[in-house]
Design a protein around this ligand. Structure first.
Ligand code: ADP
Ligand code: MG
Length: 280
C-alpha cells in the first residue's frame, strides 16, 4: 500500500550493512510499519548501482513465506535506491545469538528447515543467494526465520558473477561463511561449479553449527579471525569438531552441509529429507 516515499516516517534505525542503512518506518496514510533499506552510491557508483539493480530485480521476482517480502522499490533524485520491506520484529539471527548464546536443537531444526525451504524456492528460480549468514536471516513477530539481503545474489544464466558488494567487504567484512570452492576455486573445483547452489548449502551448515556452538564455529574463540586463519579453517581444516552432546542427527546433517567437496555435499532436496529436519 506504499505509494510514495514521502508517506514514510522514519522511526528508528534497525541495522547497518555494507553501504545500506535499514530504518523502521511508518506509512502515515495506513499507519502500517515497514523496514526501509536505503542504499547509497557515493563510491564505486557504477558497479554498486548495477548490483543494487540486480537486488531490486531479484526482490521483484521472489514471493515466498521463507523470504523477507519486498513491497516496493523507489529511486530518489539523490541517487539512493530504497526497498520497502516487511518489518521483521525479531531482528536478525545474529542478534538472537547475541542474546541467547546458543539455541536448542529443536529450535535450530526449525530454523534449518525454513532456510532450506527458502533455498529450495530460490534455487528453483535459478537464484543463488551467495551471502547466507546470521545477519542476513531475519526473524518475524512469530519467531519465524526468513532469508533476507540479496545484495550479492545472482540469477544463473544471466551473465556475470557476483557484484561488487561481495566477499570481504560484505557487512561484517568476512569470508567466514563462504564455501571452500568459492574461497579457493583451484583446489576445490570451484571452476566446475559455476552455478554455486552448493555454496549456499555450505553457508547454511556453518550457520546451523554456529547456532549450537554459540560462536563462529570453524575457528576457536581465542583465535584472531583474520583472513589467513579463516581460509585455512574453511579449505584445510580436517576434522569438524562437533559440540559435545550434539545428537547423531545434528552431526550427520552438519557433516553433510560442511562436506568440503561440493560434489559430495548434501543438496537442498536431500537435506530436506534428512532426519534432523524431516520431522518438521
Ligand atoms: P546489507 O546488504 O547492507 O547487509 P541487510 O539487508 O542485511 O543489509 O540489512 C542490514 C541489517 O538491518 C540486518 O542485519 C538487520 O539487522 C536489519 N534489517 C534488514 N532488513 C530488515 C527488516 N526487514 N526488518 C528488520 N530488520 C532488518
Ligand atoms: Mg546483510
Amino acid at each position: 500500500d506504499v505509494e510514495s516515499l514521502a508517506d514514510l516516517k522514519k522511526l528508528s534505525v534497525l541495522g547497518h550493512g555494507n553501504g545500506a542503512t535499514v530504518y523502521k518506518v511508518r506509512n502515515q496514510k495506513s499507519s502500517s510499519i515497514y523496514a526501509l533499506k536505503v542504499l547509497r552510491f557515493d563510491q564505486n557508483a557504477g558497479s554498486i548501482r548495477h548490483q543494487a539493480a540486480r537486488e531490486a530485480e531479484i526482490l521483484k521476482r521472489v514471493d515466498s513465506e521463507f523470504i523477507v517480502k519486498c513491497h516496493a522499490v523507489f529511486y530518489t533524485i539523490e541517487g539512493e535506491i530504497c526497498f520497502v520491506m516487511e518489518h521483521m520484529e525479531g531482528g536478525s539471527l545474529s542478534d538472537a545469538l547475541h542474546v541467547h548464546e546458543t539455541l536448542s536443537e529443536d529450535v535450530i531444526a526449525r530454523v534449518a528447515y525454513r532456510m532450506l525451504k527458502g533455498l529450495q524456492y530460490l534455487h528453483g528460480l535459478r537464484i543463488v543467494h551467495g551471502d547466507i549468514k546470521p545477519s542476513n536471516l531475519l526473524i518475524n513477530g512469530e519467531g519465524e526465520v526468513k532469508i533476507a539481503d540479496f545484495g550479492v545474489s545472482r540469477i544463473i544464466g544471466t551473465g556475470t558473477g557476483t557484484g561488487m558488494r561481495n566477499g570481504m567487504d560484505s557487512n561484517d567484512g568476512t569470508c567466514a561463511y563462504m564455501s571452500p570452492e568459492r574461497v579457493d576455486p583451484e583446489r576445490w573445483g570451484g571452476d566446475n561449479n559455476k552455478d554455486g547452489f552448493a555454496g549456499d548449502v555450505w553457508s547454511l551448515g556453518v550457520v546451523v553449527l554456529e547456532c549450537l556452538v554459540g560462536h563462529y564455529p570453524l575457528i576457536g574463540i581465542g583465535e584472531k579471525p583474520d583472513w589467513a586463519a579463516l581460509i585455512c579453517a574453511i579449505c584445510l581444516g580436517e576434522s569438524l569438531e562437533m559440540p559435545e552432546g550434539a545428537s547423531m542427527e545434528f552431526r550427520s546433517f552438519v557433516r553433510s552441509c560442511l562436506e568440503k567437496d561440493w560434489k559430495k555435499r548434501g543438496t537442498v532436496e536431500q537435506l530436506l529429507a534428512h532426519p534432523f529436519v524431516n520431522k518438521i
